[in-house]
Each structure stands twice: as structure tokens, then as C-alpha cells.
Design a protein around this ligand. Structure first.
Ligand code: PAF
Length: 272
């Protein structure tokens, strides 16, 4: 991958990288299409990264279908799928990890210990392999997009991170590779996540500035779905992810909840 990337760079080509764990959906495809429009060479990485999973059962259940992914990626404009094996990424004796302080410790970081250490480590390795000019991420993983931006800035990796809006089902559920793991009833109830976030968004637009009131409103609505088990609901500064007491300018509402064995996350920006 490094050799191909170096050759493309020497030929003056720009490289767009779309990191994925496969099980592609319309959200991934929107990233690929944007990368296709903005770069000469589009590389999609496909690697189910074991070190970012805090639960063995979640890793074991993670959906995989390389043939389908390859077809969809090709149709959307991917030139190269870079899909290393686990032994290639983390051979015996592997000992180097990227950890980030502050931003990566809260919310997803606090509820999934080691998650962002795994994400930061694998992204550093994937970026080193693909040598991109731009890399594409979805807003659905809001905290991840901030962590990756910080990583690229702190390690002087010198390329652009592009974050694109969350793609949603008709009832608002954010597209996620894990949605296929939901039972019919869990899937029906999971739409409460976006519904509660939309109510919060409307309240803030109407003039609500009390962040705790907004946060509690979201949480109460999610808890009204009998199958939902809330991991966290937060209303925070959209850049630092510090919890807010007042919504003065912009804020982001983050939610994480489990429906059965499947954990989902979502977020919206709150703008007065
Ligand atoms: O968002 C994902 O699919 C993963 O966290 C990523 C960025 C590909 C790293 O494994």
C-alpha cells in the first residue's frame, strides 16, 4: 500500500482515504463518493480492528461481508481496497499504541475503555500506509472525528480531515453497520434516539438555554423506550466535548444506548 501511495504521490496524484470496518452502508458510500469527487486515487481501508473493541462479543458479532463490500465500494468509486490481516497489523511482539489525553477519555472513551487508543493506533497505521491528502469520516461518530482531527494535528500528519453529515433511515435512525444486529422490536424502538435529539434541537431553536434541562429531556425520552438502556446523554461544547451548563453559542448533544446486545450512538448539533 505504501509503495502504491508513494508512486501515486510522485505522479502528482491526490489520495483520498476512507477508513472503514466494512459492512458498508449509505453513510460509507457518501464518504466514498465525496472522496471520488475530490481526489485522483480513492483508497478504502477495510479492517475490523480488534483493539478498539472493548467487548469480545461485539467483535465476534460485527457483520462481515467482503464480497458485498467490494462490489459496493467499486460501484461508488473506490480504486483500491486496503484490507490487511490482523497478523499483518499486529504481528507477534507488537508493542506500540497511540493514546490521547482529555478528549478521548470522556463519553465513548469512558464507557468503552481502550476504544480510542485502538482507533488512534489503527488510524495512525492506516494513514501511514495510505499517505492520504484527505481522509473522510462520518459525523455519526462525532467524538471519533474530533479525536482523529486532534491526532492529525498533534502528530503533524499534514492532511485534511473531511467530516460528512450522518445518513439516516426514514424514521431518523442513524445508519450504522450494527443496525442489522437489532431485532425487529429493538429496531423499532431505536428510532427514539433521533426523535429525542430532534426534540432537543427544536427546544434550543425556540430559546431553551439550560443545557441540563435539554440533556435530561433527551434522557427521559430515550428511557421511555422499554428496551433502551442508556450509557450516557451529554450536552457539550462541540470542540472540546466539555459538558455545558448553558448553551450560549453552539453545542452538541451526544447519546449512547443499548438495545439488547447492540449499542448505538448518535448526535446532533444544537444551534440557538
Ligand atoms: O469508524 C470506523 O469504522 C472505525 O472506527 C475506523 C475509523 C475505521 C477505525 O477502525
Amino acid at each position: 500500500m505504501q509503495r502504491v501511495a508513494e508512486e501515486a504521490r510522485r505522479a502528482g496524484k491526490s489520495i483520498g482515504c476512507v477508513p472503514t470496518m466494512g459492512a458498508l452502508h449509505e453513510g460509507h458510500l457518501s464518504l466514498i463518493r465525496r472522496s471520488r469527487a475530490e481526489n485522483d486515487l480513492v483508497v478504502m481501508t477495510l479492517f475490523v480492528n480488534p483493539i478498539q473493541f472493548d467487548r469480545k462479543d461485539d467483535l465476534a458479532r460485527y457483520p462481515r461481508d467482503l464480497d458485498r463490500d467490494a462490489r459496493l465500494a467499486g460501484e461508488a468509486g473506490v480504486d483500491i481496497i486496503y484490507s490487511p490481516g490482523v497478523g499483518e497489523m499486529y504481528p507477534d511482539g507488537y508493542a506500540t499504541y497511540v493514546t490521547m489525553e482529555g478528549l478521548a477519555d470522556r463519553w465513548e472513551g469512558a464507557t468503552r475503555p481502550g476504544h480510542f487508543r485502538g482507533v488512534a493506533t489503527v488510524c495512525t497505521k492506516l494513514f501511514t500506509a495510505c499517505r492520504p491528502h484527505r481522509a473522510y469520516f462520518g459525523q455519526k461518530d462525532y467524538q471519533q472525528s474530533l479525536v482523529v482531527r486532534r491526532l492529525v494535528a498533534d502528530l503533524n500528519l499534514g492532511f485534511e480531515i473531511v467530516v460528512l453529515p450522518t445518513v439516516r433511515e426514514a424514521d431518523g435512525l442513524a445508519l450504522s453497520s450494527r443496525n442489522v444486529l437489532l431485532s425487529a422490536e429493538e429496531r423499532r424502538q431505536a428510532s427514539v434516539l433521533f426523535r429525542s435529539l430532534s426534540v432537543a434541537q427544536a427546544a434550543v431553536k425556540r430559546g431553551e438555554r439550560d443545557a441540563e434541562k435539554v440533556r435530561a429531556g433527551i434522557e427521559a425520552q430515550i428511557r421511555s423506550a422499554p428496551l433502551a438502556v442508556v450509557d450516557y446523554v451529554a450536552v457539550c461544547d462541540p470542540d472540546t466535548l466539555d459538558a455545558l451548563t448553558r448553551i450560549a453559542v453552539r453545542a452538541v448533544a451526544l447519546v449512547a444506548a443499548r438495545f439488547g446486545a447492540t449499542r448505538l450512538i448518535d448526535n446532533v448539533l444544537l444551534e440557538p
